[in-house]
Design a protein. Structure first.
Length: 247
C-alpha cells in the first residue's frame, strides 16, 4: 500500500476505446515505467464512499463548486484474505479550483468502519491527528453515511526522474454497487462505464511534460469531467443523469 499521506496534483481524464488505450500504453513505455505496486503495475481498487442523506458531495461535484470534499474508505485489493484487521485508507479527496488534494490515514478496516459509522476514533499516530479531526468533523457536520462502492482494475505508469510526480493510469472494468456496502465482499452490481472503454488519467504535481501534450494532441483525445462516485450513482438511478454522465 502507498504510504504517502498527503499530496496535491492536477488530474486530467480521458475516455478511450479499448484498443486505442492498449496501443497508447505501449507508446508510453518509451518514457515511463510500470508502477512498482501491484503485479507489473496492475492492481484493483475498491472505495466505499460516504455522503449525506441529500447527497451533498454528489451535488457539489455536479454544480462545479470550486471547493468540495468527499470521504471514502479505500481498499487496495490483493490476494490475501480481507478482514477487519486488513489495512485500508480513510481518505478525504478534495478539489480546490483545479487542484486535487488528498489527505488520508491508514488503519485497520474494522477501525475504519467504527470511526466512519459510529464516530469511534481509533488509536493513531500524532502526525495524523489533524486529518483524523477533519474526518470526524465532516462525518458529524454532514451526517455522512455509506452510499456506494466503486471497483475497478488499474494499470499504472510512473514518470522518470525527469518527470517526477507524473502518473498515467488506465482503469478498466469500472463498476459500482449501492447494496451490500462491505469492502470484504468481492462482487459488482453493474458496469458504470462500458467494458470496451478505458478511463485514462494523467496526474501531475505541477506541469504536464511536453511529450504527453503532443501525444494527446496527436490522437485528439477529448478531456472529460467524470467522477466515478457520481457516475455510479447515476448509473444506479439513485440520482438523475447529469450533463457529465458517460453513456
Amino acid at each position: 500500500m502507498e504510504t504517502i499521506r498527503k499530496f496535491n496534483r492536477f488530474e486530467l481524464k480521458y475516455l478511450l476505446p479499448y484498443d486505442v488505450a492498449i496501443n497508447l500504453q505501449r507508446e508510453l513505455r518509451r518514457y515511463m515505467t510500470k508502477d512498482k505496486h501491484g503485479k507489473n503495475g496492475e492492481y484493483t481498487l475498491s472505495s466505499l464512499y460516504y455522503d449525506s442523506e441529500d447527497y451533498r458531495c454528489y451535488w457539489e461535484k455536479i454544480e462545479g463548486l470550486k471547493f468540495r470534499r468527499k470521504l471514502r474508505i479505500r481498499r487496495y485489493v490483493d490476494n490475501d484474505d480481507f478482514n477487519d484487521d486488513s489495512m485500508v485508507f480513510v481518505e478525504i479527496k478534495q478539489r480546490l479550483d483545479r487542484v486535487t488534494q488528498k489527505r488520508r490515514v491508514p488503519m485497520k478496516y474494522g477501525d475504519a468502519l467504527r470511526f466512519c459509522n459510529e464516530g469511534i476514533i481509533p488509536v493513531h499516530e500524532k502526525s495524523d491527528l489533524a486529518v483524523i479531526e477533519e474526518i470526524d468533523s465532516m462525518i458529524r457536520l454532514f451526517n455522512l453515511k455509506p452510499k456506494a462502492i466503486t471497483t475497478y482494475s488499474r494499470r499504472a505508469f510512473v514518470g522518470s526522474d525527469y518527470d517526477d510526480g507524473l502518473r498515467v493510469t488506465f482503469d478498466t472494468d469500472v463498476s459500482y454497487r449501492k447494496n451490500n456496502l462491505n469492502l470484504a465482499e468481492d462482487f459488482r452490481e453493474d458496469y458504470m462505464i462500458s467494458p470496451d472503454r478505458i478511463l485514462m488519467e494523467i496526474k501531475v504535481n505541477e506541469r504536464i511534460p511536453y511529450w504527453i501534450t503532443e501525444i494527446v494532441a496527436e490522437h485528439n483525445f477529448r478531456l472529460i469531467r467524470v467522477s466515478k462516485y457520481c457516475q455510479g450513482l447515476e448509473t444506479a438511478s439513485v440520482v438523475p443523469k447529469s450533463f457529465f454522465h458517460i453513456y
